[in-house]
Structure formats: structure tokens, C-alpha cells
Ligand binder design. Structure first.
Ligand code: IMP
Length: 196
């Protein structure tokens, strides 16, 4: 069995790269597709799982390195799970994350059907021989008014259950050890720790 000493973290998102790097063992060398000049694939999947598999497969084939990819997003109950897999595309569509968050807050206020939401993350690790393992992590919470300056994406409007502050009000380490990526990684770690 070959030990994993180097992993490509298949994302161009700096916030995700930092979080996933922190979850992996220190001794593992982490490589970004940006360093290798590899573009992102089109996210044509219909689920988080399909998209994380598609990204892991794409980056692994391009780099020939063991690759860990994530697909994640925010599902809001009263919006029938939107933006979901379109979370980053909503930010593009509305011009920025700030605009997308304002749009979400307005929609929720108008609908007046509650603020329940969840962040979802699918993580897929793929080896160059085609072997792959995926796990999903979810964290439930509520949408709140925009607060805090830490984190990335929709962090300023999400308060996880059992907490009173948004992800963006928490310090980096606090969010890292409770969020959807952490939950997915802990499940995956059970299956891949023998390779470290
Ligand atoms: P994708 O997985 O690259 O399609 O992007 C998912 C998008 O979901 C990100 O760009 C963020 O907008 C959002 N997202 C995923 N995870 C988080 C998180 O932990 N905090 C805030 N936003 C997130």
C-alpha cells in the first residue's frame, strides 16, 4: 500500500483550499491546481456528490496526483434548497457574494417561511488509478442578518445550530472544527487514515 505524501487539493477557492489543507496531516504536501496552471472544470453535475467526483476526476487526470476535491453550498429550506449546487454561480449572477446575500435576505423576508438552512459538503478523493472515495457532511442552522468579517462566501449570514454567532464572526479555527467540510472530512478520514 502506497502512503500518501502529496495531495492536490482540487479547488480554485482560496477559502476552501485553506480549510481542506488544515484538515489534512501536516506532513502531507499540499498542491493547488493554480500552482500547476490547471483551470477548473465545468460543474455539470446535478448533485454535490456528482460535482465533487467530477472535479476530483478532472484534477486527478490533469495532474496525475492523488486529488481531494470538494463541492459545497448553502441550501435554504424556504427557497426549496436554493442556491444549493449553484451557490458560487449565484454570487456571479448577482455580481458579488454581498449582493447574493442581500438577495437571499430579501427573499427570506418576503416569503416569511422561516430561516432554516444547511451547508452541505461532498468530498471526493481520487487516486490516479481511478479508485475514489466520497463522503458528505452537513451542518444545520439558520440564516441571519449579515454579521462578521471572517471566512468566505456565505459565512456572514449563517448561524449554525447551538451557536449564536455567524460563521464569519467565529475565528478561523472555531469554524474549521465544526463545519460541513470538517464533518465530511472526519468521515473520509476513517477510510483513508491507513494511507497517512
Ligand atoms: P463550489 O463548490 O466551488 O461550487 O462553490 C461552493 C460555494 O458555496 C462557495 O463559493 C461558497 O459560495 C459556498 N460555500 C461553500 N462552503 C462554504 C462555507 O464554508 N462558507 C461559506 N460559503 C460556502
Amino acid at each position: 500500500m502506497h502512503k500518501i505524501d502529496k495531495i492536490l487539493i482540487g479547488t480554485h477557492n482560496k477559502g476552501k483550499f485553506k480549510e481542506i489543507s488544515s484538515l489534512l496531516p501536516n506532513k502531507v504536501e499540499k498542491v493547488s491546481p493554480i500552482d500547476l496552471g490547471i483551470e477548473s472544470p465545468e460543474e455539470s453535475g446535478k448533485t454535490f456528490l456528482q460535482n465533487s467526483e467530477l472535479k476530483a476526476n478532472f484534477f486527478c487526470n490533469k495532474s496525475k496526483l492523488i486529488t481531494l476535491s470538494d463541492d459545497s453550498g448553502l441550501e435554504i429550506d424556504c427557497l426549496n434548497g436554493q442556491p444549493g449546487i449553484f451557490s458560487s454561480r449565484w454570487a456571479k449572477q448577482f455580481g458579488s457574494f454581498d449582493n447574493a446575500m442581500i438577495e437571499i435576505l430579501n427573499k427570506i423576508k418576503t416569503l416569511n417561511k422561516g430561516t432554516a438552512a444547511q451547508f452541505v459538503c461532498s468530498l471526493t478523493i481520487q487516486w490516479p488509478d481511478g479508485k475514489k472515495i466520497s463522503e458528505i457532511g452537513k451542518i444545520k442552522g439558520n440564516i441571519s442578518s449579515k454579521k462578521g468579517n471572517n471566512g468566505f462566501g456565505y459565512d456572514p449570514i449563517f448561524v449554525p445550530n447551538g451557536h449564536s454567532r455567524t460563521f464569519a464572526e467565529m475565528d478561523y479555527k472555531e469554524k474549521l472544527l465544526i463545519d460541513h467540510r470538517y464533518i465530511a472530512y472526519k468521515k473520509l478520514e476513517e477510510k483513508i487514515k491507513v494511507y497517512f
